[in-house]
Design a binder for this molecule. Structure first.
Ligand SMILES: Nc1nc2c(ncn2[C@@H]2O[C@H](COP(=O)(O)OP(=O)(O)O)[C@@H](O)[C@H]2O)c(=O)[nH]1
Ligand SMILES: [Mg+2]
Length: 202
């Protein structure tokens, strides 16, 4: 089972989401135009590297020249969290001083959280990383945090209003238990370019 890498990238690039799981074979590549403050536009190349690549020989190629590496785990799945330490060691074999961010996904399932917060805090401190909580399903924080990371790479800090503008309004419907569930709605977000790359793995 996946840890939500593809869903996060697809939410960011296409603003869509599917419950259907389809394993990523090798890696898939995405391009996203991102508008930063002061009319700066950049083009971000994103590589969505399938989990099987941990044992493959292509990882080095996917990591070549990347600016940011994003590790993803699912807060309802302890194995996905534990695997991050293995990924970090693997990455360090190929990249000397990697800029790594950690995405904790499925915050819409906080009630099913399996990864304990104290464990997360310890891990984050041990490796000197940041932990970004989000949900590819509702879109909460996906655009904001990815844009934050891209902006930070360029030494730009997003203002509060810039950050809020990029976050969707997540609505929760109260429905009778007998009715089928519907997907929550969200507002659309405008995005928009130079040539940088992000690698999302785990
Ligand atoms: N509830 C919930 N499910 C999610 C979320 N993100 C992904 N999923 C589901 O988790 C599964 C794995 O997603 P995928 O992105 O393909 O995993 P990958 O193998 O890491 O690329 C899919 O069935 C998704 O529908 C989320 O934020 N919330
Ligand atoms: Mg995938």
């Amino acid at each position: 089972m996946g840890v939500d890498k593809t869903c996060i990238i697809r939410r960011f690039c296409y603003d869509d989401f599917t419950r259907h799981y389809s394993q990523t074979v090798g890696a898939e590549f995405y391009i996203k135009r991102v508008e930063l403050p002061e009319k700066k536009e950049i083009v971000v190349r994103m590589s969505d590297v399938g989990g099987m690549e941990m044992k493959g020989h292509m990882l080095k190629n996917y990591l070549f020249n990347v600016n940011v590496i994003i590790l993803v785990y699912d807060i309802t799945d302890c194995d996905s969290f534990d695997n991050m330490a293995i990924w970090i060691e693997k990455i360090k074999e190929d990249v000397s001083d990697p800029l790594i961010a950690v995405f904790a996904n499925k915050c819409d399932l906080e009630h099913k959280r399996a990864v304990r917060l104290d464990k997360t805090k310890k891990f984050i401190e041990q490796y000197g990383l940041h932990n970004f909580l989000m949900s590819a399903r509702t879109g909460e924080n996906v655009n904001t945090y990815l844009t934050d990371i891209i902006a930070k790479y360029f030494g730009i800090t997003l203002s509060k209003s810039e950050r809020e503008r990029r976050n969707p309004v997540v609505t929760a419907e109260i429905i009778p238990a007998s009715l089928p569930r519907t997907t929550p709605t969200r507002s659309s977000s405008k995005l928009s370019v130079n040539g940088n790359s992000i690698c999302s793995i785990q």
